[in-house]
Write a protein that binds this ligand. Structure first.
Ligand SMILES: C[S@@+](CC[C@H](N)C(=O)[O-])C[C@H]1O[C@@H](n2cnc3c(N)ncnc32)[C@H](O)[C@@H]1O
Length: 285
């Protein structure tokens, strides 16, 4: 709704007093989302009380898309855009290899003749709102796309996110949720699994600690419990030459690499200072 300048200034002042650093930007977004003065007031109240802006608006910006996020669902972080960039680059190279092979040029595809010319199978495991899957469908499609999560609210949200892209969303614990027909067929398996060590959760900002579910944050004593299970199971789901991409932190990256090497994957670590993101990429030989 359009706000009179005095009302907008009042909203900005309330947000600023509550500690919102980008009060002007947030006020503009809340004004855009509100349908009525009462609705606006409720939204401002929620923000002042500490609700994440994305839960109030009902969406988070991620890779240039508006990803639906409901209260209780993990809000996609900017650093996770690195996971998308790396996965998109892998899919782009695969497509080029397929085009080259079709024209009778280039190195043979390690996945076998014709493999790169089929539609790639992409899985976002531990998908939350499925921002990674949606961004890959948008920027690197067409794909045969799957997203999975153990949390029912996340699965509901992911289904809304992927509806325009035609992806399949499934609920359950890691690989238990996936159709068995995907075994040995996955081109890219991307996971931003929880990786916060249990003891560090108390140190997280309240927006995460109080408004995102523990299952989305808590990675066990060293933060890598879920990630290790994702890595240990990956090889039998990846196609030959397929890639597993796991978001991690700078400090945890050596342990992520070690787990991938132990699982028989060839690893490399990618770091973006700009996004403050770290991704370990493992390739099935
Ligand atoms: C850090 S959030 C990431 C969400 C999303 N990938 C993103 O980057 O925005 C981790 C997600 O993993 C899910 N999760 C945790 N344990 C899981 C498990 N055992 N099986 C499937 N999903 C799990 C949580 O529900 C949560 O949505």
């Amino acid at each position: 709704m359009d706000l009179a300048p005095a009302l907008l200034a009042d909203v900005v002042a309330r947000l600023r007093a509550a500690g919102c650093v980008f009060a002007e930007d947030e006020a503009a977004l809340i004004a855009e989302a509100a349908d009525t003065p009462d609705g606006l007031d409720t939204m401002v109240h929620r923000r002042v009380a500490g609700d994440p802006l994305e839960h109030i608006l009902g969406w988070a910006e991620f890779c240039g898309l508006r990803i639906p996020v409901e209260p209780g669902v993990f809000v996609p972080r900017r650093r996770t855009e690195l996971l998308v960039q790396e996965a998109a680059a892998i899919l782009g190279r695969r497509r080029l290899a397929g085009a080259g092979a079709g024209a009778g040029a280039g190195a043979p595809d390690p996945a076998g003749p014709g493999a790169a010319s089929t539609v790639p199978v992409v899985v976002e495991m531990c998908c939350g709102a499925a921002g990674v899957a949606a961004a890959l469908a948008h920027h690197a499609g067409p794909l045969e796309l799957y997203a999975s999560d153990v949390d029912a609210a996340s699965v509901r949200c992911a289904a809304r996110t992927l509806a325009p892209f035609g992806g399949t969303v499934v609920e359950g614990d890691l690989y238990d949720a996936l159709p068995t027909s995907l075994r040995g067929r996955v081109t890219v398996l991307a996971a931003n699994a929880p990786y916060v060590p249990t003891d560090a959760i108390a140190l997280m900002p309240p927006e995460a600690r109080l408004h995102e579910p523990l299952v989305a944050l808590d990675g066990g004593p060293d933060g890598l419990d879920v990630q290790r299970r994702v890595i240990a199971g990956a090889a039998s789901w990846l196609e030959p030459g397929g890639h597993l991409l796991v978001e991690t932190s700078v400090g945890q990256a050596p342990a992520t690499v070690a787990a991938m090497s132990a699982a028989g994957l060839r690893t490399r670590t990618v770091r973006s200072e700009e996004l403050d993101g770290t991704v370990v990429v493992g390739r099935r030989p």
